[in-house]
Design a protein around this ligand. Structure first.
Ligand code: 0O2
Length: 210
């Protein structure tokens, strides 16, 4: 019988939708109180079918074990400063609605590609008309600079099917170093920037809180 992708992916669509709303809500709560939000913005995606199949082939997943793949539901939390990554992590650790089952620190342990991000694998409970279900999701926490680099590198990897030419790789590696340097520089004037943003962007000035 043909595999029913839509039925398989539905719980992941629901998970991504619910987590996006909840984590965007956290930002709103900070801003409403006139506080600095460690969360800048949140995105989410359900892994594409071709990407799921490629990973299945590489890692030996079968139809029966496919639900063990941890990043079918993916949430990305962007932050302004490196320090915010650890604050967001604390927020996640305190939540009652997710259970953290694994953490991968690619910030202190940058990947060979130059990739930096903090990955948290969580179990998230959903309720559907079929009953209760626990779904795996991967939450990536990264600064705007880390996100800029990773987005560009991801498209190049796609374009070259994982075989980025050496010349381009060297450029990417240089860019990764500079992105890390930018995070350091921004952190060094963090308080100054935050004060300015609270003045400029206080609750009364915001329309996205209504
Ligand atoms: P998609 O569907 O295109 O978003 P894994 O290989 O997944 O078992 P790994 O490599 O330690 O284990 O990474 P992890 O924690 O599972 O996360 C995989 C996802 O992390 C990737 O999704 C990317 O979003 C991101 N990622 C990991 N390494 C890199 C990297 O070197 N460059 C970039 N740009 N992103 C990376 P996919 O696989 O791209 O899936």
């Amino acid at each position: 019988m043909a595999f029913d992708w839509e039925e398989f992916l539905d719980p992941y669509v629901q998970t991504v939708g619910e987590l996006k709303i909840k984590l965007r809500g956290v930002r709103k709560q900070y801003l409403k109180k006139g506080l600095y939000s460690p969360i800048e913005f949140v995105t989410g995606r359900v892994k594409r079918r071709d990407s799921i199949m490629k990973k299945s082939r590489m890692r030996g997943y079968t139809r029966d074990t496919l639900a063990e793949m941890e990043d079918i539901a993916g949430i990305r939390i962007m932050v302004q400063f490196s320090e915010d990554v650890w604050d967001v992590l604390d927020l996640l650790r305190k939540r009652q609605d997710i259970k953290i089952v694994e953490e991968r620190d690619y910030i202190n342990h940058q990947k060979a590609s130059g990739y930096r991000s903090y990955h948290v694998i969580v179990e998230y409970p959903i309720d559907t008309i079929e009953g209760h279900k626990v779904v795996n999701a991967e939450i990536q926490i990264r600064t705007l600079a880390m996100n800029f680099w990773a987005t560009i590198e991801h498209s190049l990897n796609y374009k070259y099917d994982g075989l980025i030419p050496e010349k381009v790789k060297t450029r990417l590696s240089n860019a990764a170093r500079e992105a890390a340097q930018m995070d350091l520089e921004m952190s060094s004037i963090r308080e100054e920037i935050q004060d300015a943003q609270l003045l400029f962007d206080g609750p009364q000035a915001r329309t996205d809180l209504k």
